[in-house]
Each structure stands twice: as structure tokens, then as C-alpha cells.
Design a protein around this ligand. Structure first.
Ligand code: TIU
Length: 222
């Protein structure tokens, strides 16, 4: 067991019963010409999370934590994309349209790929999800259940959209969740801060937060 100095209080986890959920570290959100940019965001803001997320991934691989990478992407025929999502935003480039990295938010296109720094290793699980939450319309819950996972470490983008939605879904399913604060990022710094605060508020109503340093110190101290 490791014990992390976390907010709102210590978080203890056994790596054998823990999975890392690395949420949506895709070109579509982090690079120019993808979905994030099409929505009018400054995608460069997300790059701050890349070095910590890489270190977190290495640490989890060393510890033998189960690694799960998620990507938000739709089938080429868009049959898994609700019309509401397709139309939302009124932007020039929509989901399924052709952009500089291929069709926006479509699985198999360049934009849907993971950024090279965070590419999955052979044998690591990739969950393709049509929604913001990693549990909706995916096999994630069965996978975690069958692997005996009880604890989840969260990282990725964006903090208040896909990361927070997935963490809330996990919390309601009984998982003990910790968000690694510097390995997640938002297009809106104030929303990131609010998300970290609201997760840990009320005695950890959604879960715990800690820095990568706090997590790695816990692992080194055992
Ligand atoms: N727009 C935004 O902040 N995020 C998303 O649309 N998806 C994820 O967070 N992955």
C-alpha cells in the first residue's frame, strides 16, 4: 500500500488494485487544427500537462498499475454521435468535417491519435468513447471489475469536461478516485482550479487530488 498526502486527506492505494485512466491525450485537443481549436480554444494551454502526464505514466508502469488510455472519437459513419453533439456550438468545422488532421473527432483519423509523447505501449488498453464520460457506452466498467480494480488515478484533458465527467461516473460506481493535479489541464485555468476544489470539497465528495510530486513521494517513501 502507498499513502499519498492528498486533499482533503491521505489517499491509500494498492498498485495491484489500481488503474490509471489517462483521458483523451489526443491531437484533436492538444494540437492546432483539431476539435479543441475548432471550438475556439487556445490549444497551447493544454501542453503544460504533457510532461507531468508522461512522468505519471512512467511511474504507473513501474508500479505495475493497470494502464487505460481513453480517446473521445466517433465511428466514421457518426452513428454513435447524437445529433445534439453534432450541431452544438455552431462552429464552422463540425464533428466529421475534414480538417488539417483529417475528419474532426473521427476514430482512425490523424486528429484522433494520441500525441506521440503519450502513445500507449503494446498491451495497454485503449477505450474509445463517444461521450465525455469514460464509462458511457464503453466496456470500461466490465474491464475494471474483471481486473479487480478498486482505485483509479486520473489525468488528461480537459479537467472540467472529460476528466471530471469520468471521475464522477467512477465515484458513483464505487471507485476511490484521485486526480493528479499537474497531469491534467483545461482551456480555462479558472475552471481547472474550480474542478480541483469541488472534487475535494465536502470531505472528498468526488474524490482526492494530489500533485505528481505528492504521489511520487508516497511511492518512494514506502
Ligand atoms: N471541449 C473540451 O473542453 N473537452 C472536450 O470536448 N473533450 C474532452 O474533455 N476530452
Amino acid at each position: 500500500m502507498f499513502t499519498v498526502k492528498a486533499r482533503p486527506y491521505d489517499y491509500a492505494f494498492d498498485p495491484q488494485r489500481t488503474a490509471l485512466l489517462m483521458i483523451d491525450m489526443q491531437r484533436d485537443f492538444i494540437e492546432e487544427g483539431g476539435f479543441g481549436a475548432a471550438l475556439g480554444n487556445d490549444v497551447l494551454l493544454l501542453r503544460a500537462a504533457v510532461p507531468p502526464a508522461r512522468m505519471l505514466l512512467s511511474l504507473c508502469r513501474e508500479l505495475g498499475v493497470t494502464i487505460v488510455h481513453t480517446k473521445e472519437a466517433h465511428r466514421p459513419d457518426l452513428s454513435d454521435c447524437p445529433p445534439s453533439k453534432l450541431l452544438r456550438g455552431g462552429t464552422a468545422l463540425k464533428i466529421g468535417d475534414s480538417g488539417p488532421m483529417g475528419r474532426i473527432l473521427v476514430d482512425g483519423e490523424e486528429g484522433s491519435d494520441f500525441i506521440p509523447e503519450l502513445a500507449p505501449l503494446r498491451g495497454e488498453t485503449v477505450i474509445v468513447k463517444p461521450g465525455k464520460g469514460a464509462f458511457y457506452a464503453t466496456g470500461l466498467q466490465a474491464l475494471l471489475h474483471n481486473a479487480g480494480i478498486t482505485h483509479l488515478l486520473f489525468a488528461g484533458v480537459t479537467t472540467e469536461v472529460c476528466v471530471q465527467t469520468s471521475m464522477r461516473e467512477a465515484n458513483d460506481r464505487g471507485y476511490e478516485c484521485l486526480l493528479v493535479a499537474d497531469a491534467t489541464e483545461s482551456y480555462f485555468p479558472e475552471y481547472k482550479k474550480a474542478t480541483l476544489d469541488m472534487i475535494a470539497a465536502q470531505g472528498g465528495i468526488v474524490g482526492w487530488t494530489a500533485s505528481l510530486r505528492q504521489l511520487s513521494d508516497a511511492c518512494a517513501a514506502r
